[in-house]
Design a protein around this ligand. Structure first.
Ligand code: PGA
Length: 255
């Protein structure tokens, strides 16, 4: 389904080093993001900065997201952050299953539990999927299908409106990546994601879900990835820490 607004999610990962820097980056992005009516900007800072940033922001155009969540609501879970805590900080979105967390040991079953608790607490879920590499036999397509099936195991179709799927091929993420996915690569996966969702749920659900792309998105390739890749938005890492470039990216997609 074509949404009116494109959604651009800034994943700051474990950056920047201080709240002061976080505020500066946020304030610089705010100037542009709060003016663009056709873009929904979502900022996902480290947990530590969420409180201050959400408190200091008086507008309504920019939304906030977390980069992770725990699958219980409260209790003896040293070091974890609950969905209720996030909700209380005016957080609307949560990224779940990012490949960097999967590589730290997060399993499909953890991701499934996190999705369910996030939905229960009325958070919007940005579910990340993505293959490590592509092969000619198409094994990676099966891999993606399993990621989706396992993540959404027993997630009712009524909840799908609160889930966004971000296709982030690992080979295209981060400074080390030598390649960016082409819009055609992205387009093919968008079709695949909708096919898989049609199989699990039905065509109507599948056509409504928002699919995003992430992996080495910058202000130069953003617009084409959205338009020719046929995605409803982007998940942006490095470029979102540079307000000048990120603002250019927002403007490019909004045009
Ligand atoms: P990148 O990261 O834009 O720095 O490649 C994207 C992501 O991991 O979400």
């Amino acid at each position: 389904m074509k949404m009116d607004k494109k959604i651009i999610i800034a994943n700051w990962k474990m950056n920047p080093n201080s709240l002061k820097e976080a505020k500066t980056i946020f304030n610089d992005i705010k100037v542009v993001a709060s003016k663009l009516q056709s873009i929904q900007t979502v900022i996902c800072p480290p947990f530590l900065y969420l409180n201050e940033l959400t408190k200091s922001y008086k507008g309504h155009r920019i939304k906030f997201g977390a980069q992770n969540i725990f699958w219980e609501e409260k209790g003896s879970y040293t070091g974890e952050i609950s969905p209720i805590m996030l909700k209380n900080l005016k957080t609307e979105y949560v990224i779940i299953g990012h490949s960097e967390r999967r590589s730290l040991g997060e399993t499909d079953s953890d991701i499934n539990k996190k999705i369910k608790i996030a939905l229960k607490n009325d958070l919007k879920v940005v579910l990340c999927i993505g293959e490590k590499e592509r092969d000619e036999e198409g094994v990676y397509l099966e891999f993606l299908e399993n990621q989706i099936k396992n993540a959404l195991n027993r997630v009712p179709k009524e909840s799908l409106g609160k889930i966004l799927i971000a296709y982030e091929p690992i080979w295209a993420i981060g400074a080390e990546s030598k390649e960016t996915a082409t819009p055609l690569d992205v387009y093919e996966i968008v079709i695949l994601v909708r096919k898989i969702l049609s199989k699990i749920y039905n065509r109507e659900v599948a056509s409504k879900i928002q699919v995003l792309y992430g992996g080495s998105v910058n202000f130069k390739n953003a617009k084409e990835l959205v338009e020719s890749g046929n995605v409803e938005g982007l998940l942006v890492g490095r470029e979102s820490l540079n307000p000048e470039k990120f603002n250019k990216l927002l403007k490019a997609v909004s045009e």
